[in-house]
Write a protein that binds this ligand. Sequence first.
Ligand code: TXA
Ligand code: MG
Length: 293
Amino acid sequence: MRAGELVAFPTETVYGLGGDAANPRAVAAIFAAKRRPEFNPLIVHVADLAAAERIARFDARARAYAARFWPGALTLVLPRRDGGGIADLACAGLDTVAVRVPAHPAAQRLLRAAAVPVAAPSANRSGRISPTAAAHVADELGDRVALILDAGACPVGIESTILDLSGAAPQVLRLGGVTLEALGAVAVAVDAPRPRGPGQLPSHYAPALPVRLMASEARPGEALLAFGPAPPGAVLNLSPRGDLAEAAANLFAMLRRLDRPDFTGIAVMPIPERGLGRAINDRLRRAAAPRPA
Ligand code: TXA
Ligand code: MG
């Protein structure tokens, strides 16, 4: 990584495609490998708050969120610190930077050993489902990385929650592994997040097959992805006992497994709109949204 090469690594949310955030060539290689549009900025990963404070400007409110949720599945969007050394391309030229301190022990060890801020989008081709296992990364980006650190399945399984603290009122830009309930009394505009990049565009996170939501059973040819007690014929079940954390951890891997030509589509049973269910439904709605031609 210090030599400017890309390393895929696990976090508790999803696998990231990491490169030295201070090295413009490494950051450019990330965009090229993912075929990601360059107007969509990257999350910069660091080992702790002290390292985060070297690249972003924290006020008391930001420190309070960091104290409560780091290390963990929360990304904070903050004003960039002058001289922080992050490549402009990583921030897509914005005067803000998205920073995250992941909790996964393998990510922590990598960040401490590398001792550079690590720009890392999810390690999938742009517009595809995020990887929650090393094999998913190998399938999509195996020829573009120097190394894939394999630590098994990601325990949270859904990307980090992105909280924008660069304005007067905190705003959730993406629902994720930290629930709105846990964020607490934050004033949020989750129904109409500002479209800032492909991660916020309707058709992101799409499997190849069409996805149908709120299904009670499979239509002919469809694979039924169940939640809770399932009707006969369900192919996979996100969580037989109706546990939202288990469903989040299974979501992307199960969508990948069902995304194959023996089915005509993926039908998904309803998921309750609370806790992690909100983030799950957000990803499912994007997967089911009309695709660009
Ligand atoms: O869980 C995660 O967040 C994973 C792991 C690897 O950390 N990363 C991830 O990165 O999901 P990515 O690139 O797939 O999604 C990052 C999102 C994008 O939607 C991008 O638009 C947004 O973060 N973002 C990055 N910098 C931003 C900024 N300065 N202002 C607003 N949004 C920003
Ligand atoms: Mg992504």
